[in-house]
Design a protein around this ligand. Structure first.
Ligand SMILES: Cc1cc2nc3c(=O)[nH]c(=O)nc-3n(C[C@H](O)[C@H](O)[C@H](O)COP(=O)(O)OP(=O)(O)OC[C@H]3O[C@@H](n4cnc5c(N)ncnc54)[C@H](O)[C@@H]3O)c2cc1C
Length: 389
């Protein structure tokens, strides 16, 4: 698989992957591991330990109930490898795209940015999506209602929020999607996740313990409450940050009812048992910051992760941007982003679905791609995801 990816050999990649989808869609990660020759030769204890360590963000065991296909996608593409920190935070990326003013654009005058096209500010939160009544558009367009009442009809709309929000938080016309699509939307399975950060006076963890000759503290994986503790600094004499706890699923659920202070107290309590001579609390400055994505009404969960048997739902969501077989009244609304991606939880997959949606919008508005640069919908019959039925 990785050779095929390296050589951009889409044919081989697709042939191998299609076989795996058919073979493993019903299999959980745990079932796959427990049934493997490698682990059968060992013991359940080894499986437990393997689950405890896992990839950077936490133990593999929180992924055990998910479809093994989800894990294979991450492993094959090395999504969890070679990560880089973005100084200033990942938010810089969308903000830079928003302000980016290219000189070499064709349709808009040079120097146009998304910011200038939108009058300097994004619109308000969406509360309604309905079939429009604009007589100049063949399907009437898509009418978007914002939280404080502004209503605008557009020739097309791209939805990029968590798909549960289409029914739970946004009043969306039932008729815009087929019952099968609604089913796929509602069956999305989200990972729970929480993080708690504290700011500290300096990266004290780099101090050397005179007894061991090693740093007094390091990145920590534990089977107790915090599960994973990360240390972030930008030099010895500056304030730094500790991600006291990064958790998933059941481990995240344990934090859900607790506020930031109580979470921090318990995390320090657990870390004290691991580092009994270190007073972490005395280095903390400022207020702890905590996030539980499942408690955020604009997310309702961290990100999608398919369970065994979910491939058909994912295929439906992913395929939706090719609308030539849809009735007129279901065209012009496109889904994109993490929930539509085949590699949810990784930004690359969300970007791929955005490119698909762009192709979909272009096609909907009567445009086409250059013949020497076909878009995803142009090569669809050759490359579309395999259908299991
Ligand atoms: C805990 C966690 C860890 C992750 N780790 C990694 C990682 O290590 N590497 C990686 O590549 N990816 C990671 N990801 C995934 C990455 O964040 C996503 O792939 C990416 O953010 C998806 O982009 P998006 O635009 O599809 O959705 P989002 O970034 O989720 O954006 C959707 C936006 O829609 C907004 N919204 C919701 N409702 C409405 C409404 N009614 N009206 C208007 N706007 C609305 C939301 O506020 C949100 O800003 C992680 C995600 C989480 C939650």
């Amino acid at each position: 698989m990785q050779d095929a990816i390296r050589h951009r050999d889409a044919q081989t990649l697709k042939r191998l992957w299609n076989e795996l989808v058919a073979r493993f869609d019903d299999e959980s990660f745990y079932g796959f591991v427990a049934g493997s020759e490698a682990f059968k030769a060992l013991s359940w204890k080894h499986i437990e330990t393997f689950g405890q360590v896992g990839f950077g963000s936490g133990g593999w065991d929180t992924d055990f109930p998910n479809s093994v296909l989800e894990v294979l996608r991450v492993v094959f593409t090395d999504a969890d490898d070679d990560h880089r920190g973005i100084v200033g935070g990942a938010q810089r990326l969308p903000e830079s795209l928003w302000r980016h003013a290219p000189e070499d654009i064709v349709h808009w005058p040079a120097g146009t940015s998304l910011e200038s096209l939108h009058g300097g500010a994004p619109r308000g939160a969406v509360t309604g999506i309905h079939r429009g009544q604009d007589g100049s558009l063949p399907d009437g367009g898509v009418t978007i209602t914002e939280k404080w009442g502004r209503t605008t009809t557009y020739p097309a709309a791209v939805v990029t929020c968590q798909s549960w929000l289409l029914s739970a938080r946004i009043d969306t016309d039932e008729d815009l999607f087929t019952p099968e699509m609604w089913n796929a939307i509602e069956k999305s399975h989200y990972m729970l996740s929480s993080k708690t950060f504290v700011m500290v006076d300096r990266p004290f963890w780099r101090d050397i313990d005179p007894e061991t000759g090693r740093p007094v503290m390091s990145m920590t994986l534990t089977d107790r409450l915090p599960r994973a503790t990360y240390l972030l600094d930008e030099g010895p004499d500056k304030p730094a940050a500790i991600l006291l706890s990064y958790t998933w699923n059941d481990d995240a659920l344990k934090w859900l009812p607790l506020d930031a202070d109580e979470r921090t107290r318990l995390m320090l309590h657990s870390l004290h048992k691991i580092y009994p001579t270190l007073d972490i609390g005395s280095h903390i400055i400022g207020q702890p910051i905590t996030v539980s994505w499942e408690a955020d009404p604009n997310f309702m969960g961290a990100f999608k992760n398919n369970l065994p048997g979910h491939y058909r739902y994912q295929e439906k969501l992913f395929n939706h941007f090719v609308q030539k077989d849809l009735p007129q009244h279901q065209r012009g609304i496109f889904l994109a982003g993490d929930d539509i991606s085949f590699t949810a939880g990784w930004a690359d997959g969300a970007v791929t679905t955005a490119l698909n949606a762009v192709w979909g919008v272009m096609d909907h508005l009567g445009g086409s791609t250059a013949t020497d640069n076909p878009g995803p919908g142009d090569v669809w019959d050759e490359l579309k995801p395999i259908a299991l039925d």
